[in-house]
Design a protein around this ligand. Sequence first.
Ligand SMILES: [Zn+2]
Length: 291
Amino acid sequence: MIRDDDVPAWWQRLGLPGLIDIHTHFMPARVMVAVWRYFDAAEKHYGVAWPVHYRGSDAERVATLRALGVRRFTALVYPHKPGMAESLNAWARDFAAVTPDCVPSGKFFPEPSALRYVREAIDAGTGVFKVHVQVGGFDPRDELLDPVWGLLAEAGVPVVVHCGSGPLPGRHTGPGPFGAVLDAHPRLTAVIAHCGAPEFAEHLALAERHPNVHLDTTMVGTDFMNRLAPVPGDVVRRLGELRDRVVLGTDFPNIPYAFAEQLAALERFGLGDNWLRAVCWQNGARLLGSP
Ligand SMILES: [Zn+2]
């Protein structure tokens, strides 16, 4: 198993200039503390311990990513009630302004102001959005979101959507509700988080049906995740066929293991070096812009 110290040699061997990680979390300190408190009680919530591996300050966590060779990353936050998203978007823009390797990251919630503040965020340079269907507790088909999906589709700005039913199912999780959004907005550049775990096959089918739908690798194939949602062999084969639409994501820093374990998991799929190059660099560069 490679360790974090080995990560630069890992991507150098592939001839890459580094890594691009589309699924990382930075957020205002008080929000991050609340998230860590939730993971500290993970046995109660998820039935499994989830000791967050990377704590410390924003500066320390950014330095960790840079030492690993992550050249571009995101600051994904997901509001769970109305009235939060707009200020989080402003926070993420300020964070990216002083952290040039971080893509300005946005979010939204079904509320009457959503279309206005998403448009403003795009105009101000926001390069990726995040939606978490279970934590948000809303239906992605909510009529207040319909024009937002349309705007994102037209702008070609990627949106990372956690719609799988893991680690916890929600009223609107699973491939059905978000699949209906894709039927209404088939050009949407969506990135389905965690490959849609645990409904891998159904979410892969969405990517197979819609040419702008991607899947992020976040936690997929790691020993930790394999105990909760193992990846079927047929899914691995289909991930190989979708090479240009699978993109590296890790959930850094809120993972219960070292970053390097994600790379080891991808290598274990046995899909070859060209697949690893596409996933760990080329596809992320296409979605987020080349560093
Ligand atoms: Zn995440």
